[in-house]
Ligand binder design. Structure first.
Ligand code: GDP
Length: 393
């Protein structure tokens, strides 16, 4: 599945850079172009693989390249005012070769949180392809302001995109660990999942296409209807092959299912499927609240047992209670792992999203109380109603 990628703000740019690095490392080719936006010129300079000419500074007249801090309303305003400048990012990009557009942003900060939904809205007006957000939620200990920004931005992002892939920094930072110290490793986890999703169905270097590959329409159909999705992934290392040739040679020779024990293959695939769903998801959520699902099993072709893939798909249907779970394979002749990726689309219950929202409601209430104290007693008015209405998803 070919994607045209946009990274907005610091987190957005970093994750985009990480995806490009992962694509390079895995010899894949699914990013048709990559554009980064920021109000802070230093953040754009810090990027690595996004081409220099695709790094776009906006709002420079107002904030002189110094960024907007955590003021996402200002970022949204600047993006709206500079919308032509934002759309310049697609000039010269091979837009027609993209199956989908992808917008990465940290939702708790300023630039990405405010400007990513504005960019999505403008791209939606012009292009026919689906536009997906990749929204990063702040950890609870990053403060109430970040939660407030994230709650409001997530709601808008979901409204103006065709789906939001959510990633929760809170779920991925280890206890007691500084969230910013964990950004690189979290980005790796996120881009591995996205990379596998987009690479599956693309013809690999060796020309191998699976028996029931996941093509872009399967991904698009899983995401159809909008909402928030989460991704699980688990992999198991394969034993050395006993033909003395290692994985790659056996794979390059076209496999040879005789050397793979069928039961072993079935067990590995079904076990990794359970681990993917019941382990750490990009966004922790109630699995049975997902509307649709997609299971992608990757590994050397001789390990991709169709019975097991079907069994895994059925298991995910049981867990989600959804009758719309797709499944397919992604052959990787030179891999020494069998991996299972599970995409759960349109999840409606997530304690983390609820937590971000309630922290945001409290923060908004406190802010209005302070404002009311500072002005007159009746200025507080109907703060709760206003807050709930603004945050209601
Ligand atoms: P912006 O530049 O104003 O859009 O602000 P940021 O992108 O820095 O947004 C702050 C939020 O993004 C916080 O929740 C940070 O923890 C998170 N963040 C910043 N950089 C990264 C990153 O590289 N990876 C991840 N996962 N989160 C990041």
């Amino acid at each position: 599945m070919k994607v045209l990628c946009f990274g907005v703000g610091q987190a957005g740019g970093n994750v985009l850079d990480a995806l490009l690095r992962y694509e390079q490392r895995t010899n894949a080719d699914y990013v048709v172009d990559a554009v980064a936006y920021n109000t802070a010129s230093a953040d754009l300079r810090g990027l690595d693989l996004v081409p220099e000419e695709n790094r776009i500074l906006f709002g420079a007249d107002e904030v002189s390249g110094h960024g907007v801090g955590a003021d996402n309303e200002l970022a949204a305003e600047l993006a709206e005012r500079d919308s032509r400048q934002l759309l310049r990012g697609t000039d010269g990009a091979p837009t027609s070769t993209a199956d989908a557009f992808l917008i990465f942003a940290g939702l708790g900060g300023g630039t990405g949180s405010g400007a990513a939904p504005v960019l999505a809205k403008h791209l939606q007006r012009i292009y026919e392809q689906p536009i997906y957000g990749v929204g990063i939620l702040p950890a609870a200990d990053e403060g109430a302001l970040y939660s407030r920004n994230a709650a409001r931005s997530l709601k808008t992002f979901v409204d103006v995109t065709d789906h939001v892939f959510a990633f929760d920094n809170g779920a991925w930072a280890n206890a007691g660990e500084d969230v910013s110290a964990a950004h690189d490793s979290m980005n790796e986890e996120l881009v591995r999942r996205l990379g596998i999703l987009f690479a599956s169905g693309e013809v690999s270097e060796s020309g191998t296409v699976g028996e029931s590959v996941v093509d872009s329409s399967e991904v698009i159909n899983t995401l159809r209807g909008g909402g928030i999705s989460t991704i699980g992934y688990a992999a198991s290392e394969l034993p050395e092959s006993d033909d003395g040739g290692g994985f790659s040679i056996k794979g390059l020779l076209g496999g040879g299912s005789s050397s793979v024990d069928e039961l072993d293959s079935i067990n590995r695939i079904t076990t990794q499927t359970r681990k993917a769903v019941l382990g750490r998801l990009t966004l922790p959520c109630d699995v049975d609240s997902a509307s649709r699902g997609l299971v992608v099993v990757s590994g050397p072709p001789e390990w991709l047992n169709r019975k097991a893939i079907e069994r895994s798909r059925t298991w995910v249907e049981e867990q989600t209670g959804s009758m719309e779970v797709r499944g397919g394979d992604y052959p990787l002749p030179e891999s020494n792992h069998v991996g299972v990726l599970v995409l759960l689309g349109d999840v409606s219950r997530s304690d983390r999203v609820a937590e971000v929202r309630s922290t945001a409601v409290e923060a908004e209430r406190d802010r209005r109380d302070r404002e009311a104290d500072e002005t007159s007693a009746d200025a507080g008015g109907d703060a709760e109603g206003v807050v709930d209405e603004r945050l209601d998803t």
